[in-house]
Design a protein around this ligand. Structure first.
Ligand code: COA
Length: 183
């Protein structure tokens, strides 16, 4: 059974998921399009990073930087005139890092049709001090069953990220020991 965090870690009180959950909304204009006339993926990624950054800052109570962005999925094209909602929450916390989960929804700006999901992403933010060094974050306290599932899934992604990093580092060291000279 996976451990769900308690209320404290060291001196830091836990913070519930809802305390930092954030939605950023934006209407897409002609300035946001790619050469095909739909919205550029990079525009959506910027909004995702902005919303996740707000959550990381709110959860950690200070500065936090993007350490990685993974599993960015674009599920459907976003069009000019779409009102895009970027919903972000802190899924998981480590010592100084936080996984922020993001869902991107779009609806026509002037119609009352329901919004549909057009993207999702997971980002890792690291809380930093004034010198840019990692600092401890409060443990996130998942509240709902969905928050608890997201916490458990984030732990799986964390385990895989670390294992992949270790395996790649080991391969590089092995190749360096064999005399391969690569940048
Ligand atoms: C992120 C950063 C602060 C990490 O610093 P570091 O000296 O490598 O620190 P550590 O190795 O101790 O890692 C600190 C935490 O970040 C996590 N982390 C670091 N790099 C990571 C990566 N690429 N992916 C996921 N997590 C990462 C670590 O797992 C660790 O988590 P934990 O404390 O919860 O266990 C540093 O690499 C940095 O400043 N990067 C640039 C960030 C930035 O400028 N982003 C905007 C891009 S324009």
């Amino acid at each position: 059974m996976t451990h769900i965090p308690g209320a404290t870690a060291g001196d830091l009180q836990g913070k519930p998921t809802s305390a930092s959950r954030t939605t950023l909304s934006h209407i897409m204009t002609a300035n946001d399009t790619n050469l095909l006339g739909t919205v550029h993926g990079g525009v959506i990624m910027k909004l995702v990073d902005d919303a996740a950054g707000a959550v990381a800052g709110r959860h950690s109570g200070g500065a936090a930087v993007t350490a990685s962005m993974d599993e960015m999925a674009f599920l459907a094209p976003v069009r000019v005139g779409d009102l895009v909602h970027v919903k972000a929450q802190c899924n998981w916390t480590g010592r100084s890092s936080m996984e922020i989960g993001v869902r991107v929804l779009a609806e026509r700006w002037n119609e009352s049709t329901p919004a549909t999901q057009v993207g999702s992403a997971y980002l890792v933010f690291t809380a930093v001090d004034a010198e840019g060094k990692p600092r401890t974050v409060p443990p996130v306290v998942p509240e709902t069953d969905q928050d608890k599932r997201r916490y458990q899934e984030a732990q799986i992604r964390r385990t895989h990220r670390l294992a992949r990093r270790r395996a790649i580092m080991a391969l590089r060291e092995e190749r360096a020991a064999q005399g391969f000279d690569e940048d």
